[in-house]
Design a protein around this ligand. Structure first.
Ligand code: FAD
Length: 438
């Protein structure tokens, strides 16, 4: 039964994180007429590309349709993984990848984690970065066994420091009996996503990279030897173009649009909790996610006072009041002790899933791209932007196993994910059945 009064009277339908950094267009940076590299999309991927290019002395401009950070990069849960989700599709199933390739992908994902750590230190980004690990909670005992089978690969390839926690010891990780134990991944962390974004933005600005807000790119055409980009604020000519539009990829790049399935993710933040209750919920300060098809992920706020609870309450964008009620039900199923607590913020954003459940970088019709966070892109999209910049700068790129010519599409999908509500409903049913028959 849903509590009709869950929304606080001051409930806001925007990210809790925006109290610390709110994306604003501000005074508009002038659009360069010509630039060596034009980057379309100003999230983590776009900024990381620009930052690394600047380090190599290559002039770049970031063209962002909205205010800088208005996409997923200031809306996410701030959980940073070292590859635990690589190859996990939006159905929650692991996609089969051959052993050697899986090991290479995981090793690169581990590098992505190290990159975030290094950038935060080098650029002195104050974003509440903590490496206290993650608990991936098992929805059924069969899921627990599947996690156990993956342990050695994670530890060997990504130095994950992963180990199993049986159901009897689960309360050391979470004040709940909801799950069937789970897996701890020590090499994981959390941060304040909007402050991390702001740190990257400041780093770009210190290097005088133009980050141009309200500059939606409407058309890209070849203009030998480079490209002409028509934007809502005028024309830019560039030698190279990087598409970093992730879950907001549209018909500007139809060939990429039909390789990306945009799936909404939703989060609520609670009011400040009494300190003893707040401290008890996730005693080791880890981030949590679970193995359901319709997964939930959660953590405490940086000050440890609020529960930040996310999940795919719906697979599409819905009003915050709608997703808040569904997430509230999920949250109190796990933490009955939170019944009656009020929600102060609820928000949503787009993630980008790919048909092989892997993030990708590469070239498509001559355009560079880094796309497909598959739900976990704080580290991965930063990393793919960084790798794309290194590739453009002519650095050795052989180590990046996400740079492949093969970025699958499907002949029945052209970029309109009309089927998502039905898929969401089906996965919710499958989750219930898994538990029922476990
Ligand atoms: C609710 C939610 C929770 C999440 N939780 C986590 C988490 O806990 N951990 C984790 O690792 N990941 C998480 N993610 C995923 C993570 O946020 C993303 O992977 C990451 O932010 C993607 O960064 P990006 O730079 O690729 O894309 P974005 O930050 O989405 O930026 C893309 C930008 O491209 C712009 N754009 C699109 N088209 C054009 C155009 N034609 N011209 C100019 N600009 C354009 C958009 O306006 C947008 O700003 C979550 C995502 C959401 C939505």
């Amino acid at each position: 039964m849903l509590n009709p009064d869950i929304l606080h009277r001051d409930f806001t339908a925007e990210p809790f994180w925006w109290e610390a950094y709110r994306p604003v267009a501000g005074e508009l940076t002038e659009l360069p007429r010509e630039v060596r590299v034009a980057i379309v999309g100003g999230g983590y991927a776009g900024l990381a590309t620009a930052l690394e290019l600047a380090r190599h002395g290559i002039a770049a401009a970031v063209l962002e349709a909205q205010a800088p950070g208005a996409g997923a990069s200031t809306r996410n849960g701030g959980a940073v993984s070292g590859g635990v989700n690589i190859g996990k599709s939006f159905s929650g199933k692991s996609v089969t990848i051959d052993g050697a390739r899986a090991a290479r992908l995981l090793a690169d994902a581990a590098d992505a984690f190290a990159l975030v750590d290094r950038l935060i230190r080098e650029e002195q980004i104050e974003c509440f970065w903590e490496t206290k690990g993650r608990f991936v909670a098992a929805w059924t005992s069969a899921h627990f066994e599947a996690q156990r089978r993956r342990l050695s690969l994670l530890n060997a390839a990504a130095q994950s420091g992963a180990y199993m926690v049986p159901r009897e010891q689960q309360r050391e990780e979470i004040a709940s009996d909801y799950y069937h134990g789970g897996m701890v991944v020590e090499r994981s962390g959390k941060l304040h996503p909007a402050l991390y974004y702001k740190g990257l933005l400041d780093a770009c600005r210190r290097r005088e990279v133009p980050v141009c807000a309200n500059a939606a790119v409407r058309q890209i055409t070849p203009a030998a030897p480079g490209w002409r980009l028509e934007t809502s604020r005028g024309t830019v000519v560039a030698g190279d173009v990087v598409i970093a539009t992730n879950g907001y990829t549209g018909d500007l790049t139809p060939s990429l649009e039909r390789r990306i399935v945009p799936i909404a993710s939703h989060i609520i933040a609670t009011e400040e909790l009494p300190s003893e209750l707040a401290r008890s919920l996730i005693p080791k300060g880890r981030t949590l996610s679970d193995t359901r098809r319709v997964l939930c992920y959660y953590r405490m706020s940086p000050d440890g006072r609020r529960m930040i609870f996310g999940g795919r309450a719906r697979f599409t964008q819905v009003a915050a009041a709608v997703s808040a009620r569904v997430l509230y039900r999920y949250m109190t199923a796990r933490f009955p002790q939170l019944h009656g607590v009020k929600v102060t913020h609820a928000w949503t954003g787009n993630t980008a899933f790919t048909l092989d459940a892997l993030p990708h970088m590469g070239e498509n019709n001559g355009l560079h791209f880094c796309l497909g966070c598959n739900g976990s892109g704080v580290a991965m999209m930063t990393y793919l932007g960084w790798q794309t910049a290194r590739k453009i700068a002519g650095m050795a790129n052989a180590a990046c196993s996400f740079d492949t010519p093969d970025f699958p599409d499907h002949r029945l999908y052209s970029g309109n994910p009309w089927f998502l509500p039905a898929v969401g409903g089906w996965y919710r049913l499958r989750d219930r059945m898994d538990r029922l028959f476990a």
